[in-house]
Design a protein around this ligand. Sequence first.
Ligand SMILES: Cc1cc2nc3c(=O)[nH]c(=O)nc-3n(C[C@H](O)[C@H](O)[C@H](O)COP(=O)(O)OP(=O)(O)OC[C@H]3O[C@@H](n4cnc5c(N)ncnc54)[C@H](O)[C@@H]3O)c2cc1C
Length: 411
Amino acid sequence: MNSYDVAVIGGGPIGAVAARYAAATGARTLLVDQGDGSCEPACCAGLVSPRTPSLLGISSTGLLREIHGAIIHSPTGKQTEILSKKVKAIVLDRSALNRELVKLAAQAGVEVRHHTRAAITDQAKLQLSEQNRQYEAKARVVIGADGPRSMVASRFSLPSPPRFLAAVQATIVREARASDMVEIFFGTKIAPGFFAWAVPAKQEQLRVGLAATQGTDVNTLLNNLLSQHFPGQVISYVGGIIPVGTAAKTTTDGALIVGDAAGQVKPTSGGGIYTGGLCAKIAGEIAGYASLAEKTTNETLKEYEHRWQDKIGKELRFGLLAHRAFCGLSDAEIEAALAIINQPSILQAITEYGDIDYPSMLVSSLLSRQDLWPRLLSLIPALGGWEKFGNLAQLVISLEQPGRGREPKKQ
Ligand SMILES: Cc1cc2nc3c(=O)[nH]c(=O)nc-3n(C[C@H](O)[C@H](O)[C@H](O)COP(=O)(O)OP(=O)(O)OC[C@H]3O[C@@H](n4cnc5c(N)ncnc54)[C@H](O)[C@@H]3O)c2cc1C
């Protein structure tokens, strides 16, 4: 039976980063994925902040588009354009991203096994199944990077993220209305509890998708959106779930969870590549050092949880409050809020301070602008009154204090 210091289950973007960082400590590391390493067809729009490639240590080969702004559609179809001179986001070729991250892991010394499904036996051993053979392996630390329905979390009795959204996306043949802008659609008849999107991808390809409260018929909603706004040949359909909120505990004796498995996803956008990547580097390092020191109990591994919480915990909690405040809005309230935002002074502030990884920075920047206070005050009733708005403001203020859990780097 092969023995490893660290075994990473799930070779998506987050598992590949965690494995690379574990191997960099000198730990003998295994990365197992049931797919072929491309994650195709990817259940992801590939939209990330411009800071993400340097965080992940990748080249620009998979870069498809630079995004400067967004066209926002209200529930009744009114449009608001937000356009910046700066690049606000980029679109990546998701399979190129995955392949590059796995290649970097292999170059760092990780043993990569594709087309291999992992299970965990009662004795915390790994049961690995390839097409024609089954075998066992041992690891001092198991990292669960196996997505939102994590087998590793459940086998090690770690909690799952508290809530999920249902999501679906089609890639269609169609040029975007503007090649450097995304489109966002709000409304309870379009995507109840979240929003729909259209993201320009490869030349003459659009990724059109939506996420909504679980139990919603997202396929019908997507077909409605496609026929109303984006007629065109469908190349592929994918469906998935998006965690909302982080798992209450992400480490235990001999195991930790990271990425979607731990709910390390921005509740305001559903994006998990940046936040998961940030946490994966810490996960790999802590797992590597702990296994080499043969100190693999929760006492040592919980340092991972302290460190990721310190980097991004408060920002994710802010996002969750913002998500909850937004989810409860009626179409009339969304319409009213968008009408208030659709003013040159506010749009200009959003263009300047908006950051898809750190939405709280926009709120704290807006709050610091006294000239905007009259408009912001008129937003309060639309956003659910003082109770919800006050909670958000309190959290933004707490983010300014030491140990913030919010660490934006330059874009
Ligand atoms: C429709 C949609 C659009 C999205 N768009 C964006 C976006 O634009 N930007 C963004 O940042 N995020 C986006 N996300 C979220 C993003 O895709 C995830 O946060 C990200 O993929 C999480 O990566 P991960 O490695 O944690 O999990 P995953 O990407 O889910 O990878 C988990 C891997 O584990 C493997 N696996 C699972 N179980 C086993 C097992 N037992 N044995 C072996 N292998 C196993 C799976 O095959 C898979 O390859 C989107 C999500 C959805 C659903």
